[in-house]
Write a protein that binds this ligand. Sequence first.
Ligand code: SAH
Length: 395
Amino acid sequence: MDKKRILTVSEKAVPHIKKGDPLLSPISFEEELEFTEGEQVQIVSPVGQFLGEAYLAKQNKGIGWIYSFEQGTDFDSAFFLNQFNQALKKRQALLDSDDTDAFRLFNAEGDGIPGLSIDYYAGFAVISWYSEGIYHYKEQIISAFQEIFLFVKGVYEKRRYQQDDAKASGFVYGEKAPSPHYVRENNVLYATYLDEGWMTGIFLDQRHVRRDLMQTYAPGKTVLNTFSYTGAFSVAAAMGGASHTTSVDVANRSLEKTREQFEINGMDPAEHKIHVMDVFDYIQYAKRKAMTFDVIVVDPPSFARTKKRTFSVLKDYGTMIEDLIDISADKGIFILSSNAATYKRKKFRSDLEKAFRNKGIDYSIVKEYGLPEDFATATGSPTSNYLKVFVIQKH
Ligand code: SAH
């Protein structure tokens, strides 16, 4: 390749990079950078010490990624083949699993290619490109992918850097997946739609939480699933023998998608409640009716705006829990999740504990989760370990 530019980072950025944080942001540099998306550069410290090989790209607040801490590594086919090979080896247990065929096949910087993630959906793959810069390498990345992941029948892509949801999704190569395409996770079926906008119908990072809900927390219990989307938690709970589930989501599509999930697992959706409504209105309604639930699942978006109100996990999570405590049964269990990278585990935990204290309720934290093993994270990268889930029980 052509000779790379050598870029000097500011003194402040050096310790982060040395700890293994691969993200470069505008404040990593003293001066404003001009670059073309995907440009490869070498990163050095103010005293000229080599720090990493990087490519430049705008992604959220970042402007580039270090892809290798070894001098002389290029961002090319040989590199992509190597990263894919290693990622494949790490997933062997999941690939051999009889009860699960949907999981993350490749996780961005955690697997060595920042800006790129790939999910596996029973024979098919969905590639997410997080910047124009990484998309620039599409041809080489796809051909390396094809060479290593021979068992993948067909591939779709999501260009996540594009604003327009409808234009962000596309078919790449191979066979087309049926729509819906059924995947299996811990022997529960989920209907996925691989080519409908950004979302496919299931968030694969909650696999272990759905398993424990099904096996441990839900059997014989009533379950309220708030921000239920396609009802994945409700279906896992019902498959585990929950006596009843209630799903609440403000989006119209959630009704038929949740019904479908029950049906494909041989259950009658009419035996469960599915409300298309604002969670905050539902909580008030349940309070008025003096309803209570044994298990309450809360997995909201980081930020949501409905006609009546805005909700931000950072500001409003605690108050919402206080409200939910009022509709929880004796010894009730809460499964509380947030995927907001800016909402730190410590702050989340202290907001939750404060909510219970404010209500004068004794509680214990039964279990904590981060990301599952297939969502590999990069050491030293504070943003890649975004998932936090607490299971809390009232005494
Ligand atoms: N917990 C889900 C994923 C949630 S995605 C799962 O495990 O699959 C976030 C969902 O929150 C979206 O479906 C969105 O429609 C819903 N939502 C956002 N604001 C809401 C509100 N105020 N009330 C109810 N649902 C809301």
